[in-house]
Design a protein around this ligand. Structure first.
Ligand code: ADP
Ligand code: 5GP
Length: 209
């Protein structure tokens, strides 16, 4: 059975990284797509684990060679998803998760309509601002910029398949997990792989009739 391509986006500061890390821990079979970026590594970030850190020249080469499933400029840097890793995971039946911005997510949906797009919303813009300040990774000017971009991103949320408000982390996490579980068991997805669903030959015959 083909794997699921799950795309998660959220305005910066919403809690996406917190949710995604929790998800990767809880579902060890879920693969995380490691993006390429031209931005500098932050302290603690590891090459090949958090991102593949590339020069602008190497990034452009990847675009030219058609190696990226999607790419976009976000906050002045380029980011892109390596195509081969995603396709390989899906073919092998593994679910893969992309943590990418709204521009990238909509490109993926266009090229791969089966992709499942999930948007994480902050409870309010006030709370978003509070979380950005609390995270303390950005200066006041950057926070201001992120809040402007957040409004643009939220206005695209209705193009996603699912919306989750990250009010309480546990509640948001349960919703996220439920979406993935439900998607795995869609009739459309499993009907060509019924022998993976049940080994009862009589039931199989009935399902296939
Ligand atoms: P993002 O990846 O969306 O930019 P982070 O996961 O880095 O966001 O979270 C931003 C800040 O908000 C962090 O300090 C995180 O601990 C906090 N946070 C995440 N989810 C919640 C929540 N549901 N309630 C309160 N604070 C949260
Ligand atoms: P950060 O620099 O904070 O790690 O990420 C900034 C933004 O870039 C986040 O919204 C993140 O989801 C997005 N991003 C990360 N990787 C990719 C990618 O491969 N493609 C696109 N389009 N966006 C990405």
């Amino acid at each position: 059975m083909k794997g699921l391509l799950i795309v998660i986006s959220a305005p910066s500061g919403t809690g996406k990284t917190t949710l995604v890390n929790k998800l990767m821990k809880e579902i060890p079979t879920l693969e995380f797509s490691i993006s390429c970026t031209t931005r500098k590594a932050r302290p603690g970030e590891v090459e090949g684990k958090d991102y593949y850190f590339l020069s602008l020249e190497n990034f452009e080469q990847k675009i030219e060679n058609g190696e990226l499933l999607e790419w976009a400029e976000v906050y002045g840097n380029f980011y892109g998803t390596p195509k081969d890793k995603v396709m390989e995971a899906l073919q092998k039946g593994r679910d893969i998760l992309l943590d990418i911005d709204t521009q990238g997510a909509l490109q993926v949906k266009k090229n791969y309509p089966e992709a499942i797009l999930i948007f994480i919303l902050p409870p309010s813009l006030k709370e978003l601002e509070y979380r950005l300040r609390k995270r303390a990774t950005d200066d006041a000017e950057t926070i201001e910029k992120r809040l402007i971009v957040a409004r643009k991103e939220i206005s695209l949320a209705s193009k996603y398949d699912y919306m989750i408000v990250n009010d309480r982390i546990e509640t948001a996490f349960e919703k996220l997990k439920s979406i993935i579980t439900a998607e795995r068991w869609k009739t459309e997805r499993i009907k060509k792989h019924l022998n993976e669903v049940t080994s009862d030959t009589e039931i199989l015959k009935l399902l296939e009739s």
